[in-house]
Unconditional design. Structure first.
Length: 500
């Protein structure tokens, strides 16, 4: 049985996550400054050491030091020595890829509108159910018409297209109200002002790029979220998309000997703040099912009560740092935390939880049978990598050296709804012009004048002779032919554009 040790209990025993049970998810909780992020880092290091690639969000910018080997100083040195971890040789830097949705401090990380889908997009845009209904119609029309939704300008173009053809689409798809279109357009503007245009585009993330190992160690993918977190809706929609995407794309693996991939979500309460119940249900479902794809999800939050009960109930591996018991809500959190642990005779959880030191925690992991081990008071190992962040310059150099950088940094604006609709509008304008011209030619055309020459000009309503009728129908059919040709051209233009 393989265990990834990360802590030592008061009897001097080492313990940690059972590799086979790492996909049963986890929770790291505790008041501010109690050691949550260091525990997250320690777990990530342990996974990487054992060849498991990792994704984590860095909300405060304090994880960039993972690229560099730590130093035997301060608290780190103290614990390395105390736990006899091997001194200097314990320390190590890690294979890291930095990502940033704004493309400033990491490899640009993007998705597309269609991958995000109407539900998360509605959350991102803060839409009400009626507006969300319209967004659903928009996605269906785009699908039916083969219009690709990649970036925000595609979304804008589609909205305009829907509004311009509201009558036509209404019959087939349902109500398209001008008010909803307007509301979504305004929401889009707000989102663009927050920089969300960078979030959508190509090349979009290929998840395979996250499932990498280097020299047997899992690559640690760090999403710099210092800026992203300022827009909690963007943060939440994006991370939930990631989770859903992994779930959709990875194959079933059953119960692997160790996880294929592990994700850590810091400030996890933001994922659920104000989320509608349908969305919470979806997340709960994804968390439950993603296990069989070999993915472990670890939520990090101050107060476990911030997570929906249905999600909390699925987090098998738990590290509870100190909680304060000042407010009634704090006290409730202490009580809940205590109740969720499997009791251990020697440990008074309620007493311990408020008196734990920094880097100390109440810990219970799942054993190889999937049973939670009795709760223990434990000291978390010190990290192997440098605690303090690297400088912005060092980071830039690291990012540019990343093999993935040049691929993702090379933004491409592929043919999608925006371009297709623009082309279609263009073609329609040309067609109208040509049709009008053809009509004109038909009326003033050679055949017209020929017929006039032969038969003279007839007044409206006057009966035409058989010969006159034949000649005039020839003239008309010439006009029609020109029109048909133009129509064919439009069709080819539109279809051609769609197939490209
Ligand atoms: N396992 C550990 N070994 C050594 N030092 C630790 C350990 N855990 C925490 N520390 C020390 O405590 C400090 C605070 O820890 P950390 O940043 O993880 O707190 P936090 O719970 O994430 O706080 P916040 O909620 O403010 O983000 C660290 O910078 C480090 O100096
Ligand atoms: Mg922290």
């Amino acid at each position: 049985m393989s265990v990834f040790n990360i802590a030592r209990n008061s009897q001097g025993q080492d313990f940690g996550i059972t590799a086979k049970m790492a996909n049963r998810h986890g929770l790291i909780a505790g008041a501010t400054g109690t050691g949550k992020t260091v525990t997250l880092r320690k777990l990530a290091e342990a996974f990487s050491d054992n060849g498991v690639p990792v994704f984590l969000v860095d909300v405060k910018g304090d994880l960039s030091g993972m690229t560099v080997k730590g130093t035997m100083q301060g608290k780190i040195a103290e614990r390395v020595t105390q736990f006899e971890l091997g001194g200097e040789s314990y320390l190590s830097g890690y294979p890291v890829s930095f990502w940033d949705v704004f493309g400033e401090t990491g490899i640009p990380l993007r998705t597309t509108i269609s991958e995000m889908g109407p539900m998360l997009l509605s959350r991102l845009l803060n839409l009400n159910p009626t507006q969300e209904g319209l967004l659903n119609i928009l996605f269906r029309v785009a699908d039916d018409k083969g219009l690709l939704l990649i970036d925000l300008k595609d979304l804008r173009a589609m909205l305009k297209y829907l509004a311009d053809n509201a009558k036509q689409f209404q019959l087939e798809y349902g109500n398209i109200s001008a008010a909803s279109v307007g509301a979504i357009q305004r929401a889009l503007l707000t989102l663009e002002n927050e920089g969300a245009d960078k979030l959508f585009g190509e090349p979009a993330l290929n998840l395979e790029d996250w499932l990498q190992t280097t020299d047997g160690r899992g690559v640690i993918n760090i999403l710099n979220s210092e800026k992203l977190i300022n827009s909690p809706r963007m943060y939440s929609a994006f991370l939930l998309w990631l989770m859903a995407e992994l779930f959709e794309q990875l194959p079933e693996v059953g119960d692997p000997e160790k996880p294929k991939f592990v994700m850590f979500f810091d400030e996890a309460h933001l994922l659920f703040d104000g989320a509608p119940s349908v969305l919470v249900e979806k997340v709960e479902q994804v968390v439950r099912l993603i296990r069989s794809k070999g993915v472990g999800i670890y939520f990090v939050t101050q107060n476990p009560l911030d997570l929906p009960e249905t999600v909390l109930g699925q987090l098998g591996n738990r590290v509870q740092h100190a909680l304060r018991a000042f407010t009634p809500r704090d006290q409730k959190a202490v009580k809940t935390a205590a109740e969720t642990f499997r009791a251990n005779k020697g440990v008074d959880v309620v007493e311990a939880i408020t008196t734990l030191g920094v880097g100390e925690a109440l810990v219970s992991f799942l054993d190889e049978k999937g049973m939670p081990t009795p709760v223990e008071i434990a000291m978390i190992y010190p990290p192997k990598s440098q605690l303090s962040p690297i400088t912005a310059e060092q980071r830039q150099i690291w990012v540019k050296d990343d093999a993935l950088f040049s691929y993702y940094n090379n933004f491409v604006d592929n043919q999608s709804a925006f371009e297709m609709l623009a082309e279609q509008a263009n073609l329609e304008a040309v067609a109208q012009q040509q049709a009008a011209q053809a009509q004109q030619e038909e009326e003033n055309g050679v055949l017209g004048s020929l017929s006039r020459m032969i038969f003279g000009t007839k007044k409206r309503g006057e009966q035409l002779s058989v010969t006159e009728q034949v000649v005039s129908s020839v003239a008309k059919s010439v006009g029609r032919n020109i029109r048909n040709q133009v129509t064919k051209q439009i069709m080819r233009g539109i279809l051609g554009a769609l197939k490209r």
